[in-house]
Write a protein that binds this ligand. Structure first.
Ligand SMILES: [Zn+2]
Length: 175
């Protein structure tokens, strides 16, 4: 089985993770327990602040570079705004997709002690992370209904989790 804490693949008989030492049998409870709406909402708020700061920094850094590369210092106002928006959209999407593959969670989820895994408790791949991101976009365009699905089923999966075959669970605490 995969260690929910560090993603290391251990043998099915193993009681402790050979990489980080977490008790694997404890992953039934409380680690591995589905994370509900409010803890995920809390994680999302932290992520929104984080990505807005990073996206803003990237956009601010990119606009002068754009000016240099096309050889003018007086870039039209609309071009600046469009570039900033595209950079911000890219940073926000990249953060969401990459963090879930690299760490299984975003900074907000780290703070909340929760993590995204597949329904079989395996780490999320780029394909699944991308699908999950698409699902979240879908949720936004359906007035957030997909997020409220979380309160409607016992595994607390939103529409984006169904799309990517994932769930959000509590992490094991390190001893
Ligand atoms: Zn581990």
């Amino acid at each position: 089985m995969y260690c929910i804490y560090c993603n290391k693949l251990n043998s099915d008989e193993a009681k402790f993770c050979m990489n980080c030492g977490v008790a694997l049998m404890s992953q039934g409870h409380p680690a591995g327990k589905p994370a509900g709406f409010w803890i995920r909402f809390f994680a999302e708020l932290i992520d929104i602040v984080v990505v807005l700061v990073i996206a803003n920094m990237c956009a601010t850094a990119t606009v002068p570079l754009l000016g240099l590369s096309i050889g003018i210092s007086n870039i039209p106002h609309q071009a600046v705004e469009l570039t900033a928006m595209l950079v911000a959209a890219f940073v926000i999407s990249f953060y969401e997709i990459w963090m879930h593959v690299r760490f299984g969670r975003t900074l907000g989820k780290m703070a909340a002690g929760i993590k995204v895994v597949t329904v079989k408790n395996e780490p999320v791949t780029y394909k699944l992370s991308f699908l999950r991101w698409l699902g979240k976009m879908l949720n936004l365009f359906t007035l957030g209904f997909g997020f409220f699905m979380i309160v409607l089923n016992k595994d607390k999966r939103g529409v984006h989790d169904y799309v990517a075959n994932t769930k959000v669970v509590y992490l094991a605490t390190k001893k």
